[in-house]
Design a protein around this ligand. Sequence first.
Ligand SMILES: [Zn+2]
Ligand SMILES: [Zn+2]
Length: 213
Amino acid sequence: MIKVKSFVFNPIQVNTYVVYDETNECVIIDSGCYFDNEKQELISFLENNNLKPVKVLNTHLHIDHILGNTLLFEKYNLLPQAHKQDDFLLEQAVFFGTSLGISLDKQPPKIGKYLSDNDTVKFGNSELKVIHVPGHSPGSIVFYDEKQHFLFAGDVLFNGSIGRTDLPLCDYDTLIEGIKSKLFTLPDDVIVYAGHGEQTTIGEEKSSNPFFN
Ligand SMILES: [Zn+2]
Ligand SMILES: [Zn+2]
């Protein structure tokens, strides 16, 4: 049985998720902690619950989603796992951060393992399926729990919105098509844990998201 703990971190208010099961192994999705108190909050949660981080996962590599990767690498020796097509964003991270008022004192860790569509990410007794849904970024992926019916959508799909497509290598039509064909074909009761804002469900977004209605 998977449990999900969420945090809201950094000036861009990203949702960071710690996902764990009865074995106490956990994965951390989009570690966005930036300020010292945020880093402390994440580490305290892991330590107080005796959780063992085994993977650092990224839905995509925009700066707000990767700010905590350095901490997790230094403390747990875990390199992030993400889609290859977002690699270029890492090189731009320091520059992109500065334009948003976020200063990075060093280059974020490189990707340790590339994830592709249909891959399975395992931890403890659990697994998440990787679904590639490009458009917000070329390498955007979501992590789907087929058994418990929830997914981590990153900036692909939000409660009442979709990811922005005005950044380099974004594409609006690709994003809309990907959501329709790869996410809206999942069961209606699938809970969507988005990269920003409140959680929602596939059924709710299918029936009321203004981009599709
Ligand atoms: Zn993004
Ligand atoms: Zn974001």
